[in-house]
Design a protein around this ligand. Structure first.
Ligand code: NAP
Length: 347
């Protein structure tokens, strides 16, 4: 790979923190590359809850996650970052100038690295019961690949979050043999979705069972049934089903990041007040970074991105000031908005 492909900052993660970092780096004149395993930018905002309202981002009394992601993408891509989507980060190798990031598709050199990978890659939470491993992908799934697959089938959905309830609401239109079970009476899903769920249950389109959990999944080649138990009475029931959708959330998975010699604290990376990790030139920000007093909020992710980028810029060029000054006064914006304003006039 040619040396000109070396960016100032390789940003791992294209969620809110990574996107704001990309903007901030551009503002500071630093070149960046964003690498993400997801097919689109926006991180959890787009992948997990695009329609949900967010109320605690400064300047927006209320904004949907999708709209916030769109604004962040517009802001974060204005300085032309090199964007690599659907690439899984595999390894990071130190070299003479900085680091080379190895992904499923390429080798990307940079001077510094900013890890803004949120909770890491998302691994679906497994059902811990007999039959799970053998029947995963054989009628037992964590994702709906295509609703039509379930046309007319006997389907069991497990979970009480938005994924389970949204898919129950969607699949009621392709099959009338749909059972939703959840381990308690309270649900995590949107209130609006819950109203729709209760309407569908009252109309007999979805069969809802609460305080139920899966004890075993049965089938030779494909799922043919499940044993479900009532967690208050331990009473077991056998349900004949063709498909099980285990939509019970995700667990964080830092994957290869755990092998880079970074100081970890459970599923997070320890950083100093400058957002630098224990490895000089590698910074972390957002949900993946931890320090005393840490709050996992989008608002803190933005602030941490700014701190990390300013220190990365200073790391690359010790003569560059850490403090960026106020964006209202920065030449880079004046030149873009009113090119003549930046050019001294001669009369
Ligand atoms: P989630 O919100 O974490 O919900 C997982 C559900 O599975 C919970 O109800 C949990 O029960 C249950 N559960 C967990 N482990 C279990 C186990 N071992 N056995 C049985 N049940 C188990 O996951 P999600 O629904 O996939 O949603 C993930 C995130 O994406 C959430 O923030 C969600 O709001 C968001 N999302 C949003 C939308 C949307 O905005 N339309 C759509 C999909 C997802 P407990 O409640 O008892 O813990």
């Amino acid at each position: 790979m040619a040396e000109e492909d070396r960016r100032d900052i390789n940003i791992i993660g294209g969620g809110p923190t990574g996107l704001f970092a990309a903007f901030y780096a551009g503002m500071r004149g630093a070149s960046v590359r964003i690498v993400d395993s997801l097919p689109e930018l926006g991180g959890q905002l787009m992948a997990l809850y695009p329609e949900k309202y967010i109320y605690d981002v400064g300047g927006f009394p209320r904004i949907t996650a999708k709209e916030l992601a769109e604004n962040l993408i517009a802001q974060g891509t204005q300085f032309d970052p090199d964007i690599r989507l659907e690439e899984e980060v595999r390894d990071l190798v130190a070299d003479d100038v900085g680091f080379t990031l190895l992904t499923s598709d390429g080798r990307y050199p940079s001077r510094t690295v900013l890890i803004a990978a949120g909770k890491g890659a998302f691994a679906p939470r497994p059902l811990e019961c007999p039959g799970y491993t053998e029947l995963l992908g054989r009628g037992l799934e964590h994702h709906v690949r295509a609703p039509s697959i379930y046309g007319g089938k006997r389907v069991l959905i497990v979970g009480g979050g938005d994924s389970a309830v949204d898919w129950a609401l969607a699949l009621q239109h392709v099959t009338d043999r749909l059972v939703l079970i959840h381990r308690r009476a309270g649900f995590r899903a949107h209130a609006h979705s819950m109203r729709q769920l209760h309407e569908a249950v009252d109309a007999g389109r979805i069969h809802l069972l609460t305080f139920r959990e899966v004890r075993a999944i049965h089938g030779e080649q494909e799922v043919t049934g499940v044993t479900v138990f009532d967690n208050r009475t331990e009473q077991e029931d056998h349900l004949e089903v063709d498909a099980v959708l285990a939509l019970i959330g995700f667990k964080p998975d830092l994957g290869p990041l755990t092998r880079w010699g970074l100081e970890l604290d459970r599923n997070t990376i320890r950083v100093s007040a400058t957002m630098q990790t224990n490895i000089s030139g590698i910074f972390a920000a957002g949900d993946i970074a931890t320090y005393e007093g840490k709050l996992e909020l989008i608002a803190t992710g933005f602030s941490e991105a700014a701190i990390a980028v300013n220190h990365a810029v200073h790391h690359i060029d010790p003569k560059a000031r850490v403090n960026p000054g106020h964006s209202t006064n920065l030449r880079v914006f004046k030149e873009r908005e009113r090119p003549e304003a930046a050019v001294p006039r001669s009369n």
